[in-house]
Design a protein around this ligand. Structure first.
Ligand code: FAD
Length: 434
């Protein structure tokens, strides 16, 4: 063994940085290994960052973190090919002294977070890929090997924060590869526009920001979503759908993104922009039922590697930061009591995580992924089309008596889904939402 650490963290994304920072600032000897050229170079996010979860790790993060805009407005659009019907919420309450949600650009944000990790005392090595988890004769993880040297770097515990694919954990048999129906493939572009143009188009003042999330025919019957987030001088725009749906429908993510950009409701918002970045990434969307075993002798899984992502609320980075922090706090507690990092002792991490919003939220929506996967055509095509027609029928003043308009709308819903189908969809949705 070349060198011994209290903990090795694999990955410098949200979960890895949260874990490394928490342990290093509590005095543990921490090594963090990242395969990217710099932290954030491999990472993709929309991106909304949730302040509360970062405050629990770095309370004064607002002093120097690279934040884009704080969100004051959220729009949810249900789209057909030519229209959108939406729910908006905008509130001046979100213009608080310590705003709750910010847009960020991960390449910049992860670099900042990593600087904090170093300042807390951890050793951070980039351009270093962990190639193997090393175990002893009793199957305990005792360290790692990297592509830098052939030797073993030892640690009491290894925190796997390696992201959604989790190749190391999979190769070591700690978890299995995510199934195509439990991961979404998202593609995203950055559209650059002058700051004042963004503010004018979205009705924003100063650092205020706006989010649009859209479901409907843009996903062509697949379970998926389109999104648009305002940054200071750019707009992040993307779409994502389940990998299994892409495969079954033989659809291309780029074609979907093109259609989204050219939708009459989106096109004017990005008109004249310059596209400078393009990215694609997976998102774990299997929810509660897809969470693997989270701990074992000498190891824990955190963040996307543990499939901790709330697809219903489009939250991932906050679950990543929280699981990283909680795993680190459990490790610090064990270390202080001189308890070995056995599977039994590390179950403390799972107990603490079960008591947090992370597992409580995922458990609440445990049936949602299966419902959306099996009923995607109705939820993402039939209903958006019906809703759009109903809105147009309702709003068009053409001398037709209102009672006839209502009858026509009801008849259209029944024709498309049948009475039984409508009741069944409503009941299944309500049960999955409970
Ligand atoms: P990652 O951020 O993926 O980090 C894993 C790190 O491990 C990477 O840096 C990688 O290079 C490194 N690594 C992997 N293998 C190795 C190895 N063998 N050796 C060394 N290093 C390794 N979440 C939100 O909260 N809000 C959003 O708006 C949002 N939007 C999203 C939009 C898109 C398009 C996508 C794809 C995701 C979005 N998410 C969002 C989800 C969010 O990005 C993830 O939940 C979050 O990044 C997970 O953090 P993580 O640290 O677990 O994994």
């Amino acid at each position: 063994i070349e060198e011994e650490f209290d903990a090795i963290v694999i990955g410098a994304g949200m979960s890895g940085n949260a874990a490394a920072y928490t342990m290093a600032s509590q005095g543990l000897k921490v090594l963090q290994l990242e395969r990217g050229e710099y932290p954030g170079s491999k990472n993709v996010q929309g991106a909304i960052m949730y302040a509360n979860m970062l405050e629990k790790i770095i309370p004064d993060f607002r002093d120097d973190a690279p934040l884009e805009r704080h969100l004051v407005e959220q729009r949810l659009w249900v789209m057909d090919d030519t229209s959108h019907t939406g729910i908006h919420h905008r509130s001046d309450h979100f213009n608080e002294a310590k705003p709750n949600r910010y847009t960020i650009i991960r390449a910049q944000f992860d670099k900042w977070f990593s600087r904090k990790v170093r300042e807390a005392g951890a050793t951070v090595l980039c351009e270093t890929t962990v190639t193997e988890l090393v175990r002893d004769g009793r199957d305990r993880v005792i360290g790692v090997r990297t592509d830098r040297t052939g030797g073993i770097i030892g640690a009491d515990v290894v925190v796997l924060a390696e992201g959604v694919c989790g190749l190391l954990g999979t190769r070591a048999g700690l978890r299995s590869m995510p199934k195509p129906e439990t991961v979404a493939l998202a593609v995203k572009e950055m559209h650059f526009l002058p700051e004042e143009v963004i503010e004018q188009r979205f009705g924003l003042n100063g650092d205020e920001g706006c989010v649009i999330e859209a479901v409907g025919t843009i996903s062509r019957g697949m379970a998926g979503l389109g999104f648009l987030y305002t940054n200071k001088e750019s707009i992040s725009l993307g779409v994502g759908c389940l990998v299994s749906d892409f495969a079954a429908a033989m659809e291309s993510p780029y074609a979907l993104l093109d259609a989204f950009k050219n939708h009459p409701s989106i096109r004017p918002l990005i008109a004249g922009s310059e596209v400078k970045e393009y990215a694609a990434h997976l998102i774990p969307e299997g929810g509660y039922k897809a969470i693997p075993q989270l701990f074992g002798d000498g190891w824990v899984l955190v963040g996307d590697a543990a499939q901790l992502n709330n697809a219903v609320h489009r939250e991932g980075s906050n679950l990543a930061m929280t699981s990283g922090r909680i795993a680190a706090e459990a490790i610090v507690q064990l270390k202080r009591r001189s308890h070995p990092m056995t599977k039994r002792n590390l179950s403390l991490y799972k107990i603490m995580l079960d008591n947090s919003f992370v597992v409580k939220d995922l458990r609440k929506y445990k049936d949602m992924p299966a419902l959306l996967h099996t009923n995607s055509c109705n939820f993402f095509t039939t209903y958006p089309q019906l809703l759009s027609k109903a809105a147009q029928n309702f709003l068009r003043v053409d001398g037709t008596p209102k009672i006839d308009k209502e009858k026509a709308t009801t008849a259209a819903f029944v024709k498309a889904r049948s009475r039984w189908g409508l009741v069944s969809d409503a009941v299944r949705l309500a049960c999955a939402w409970r």
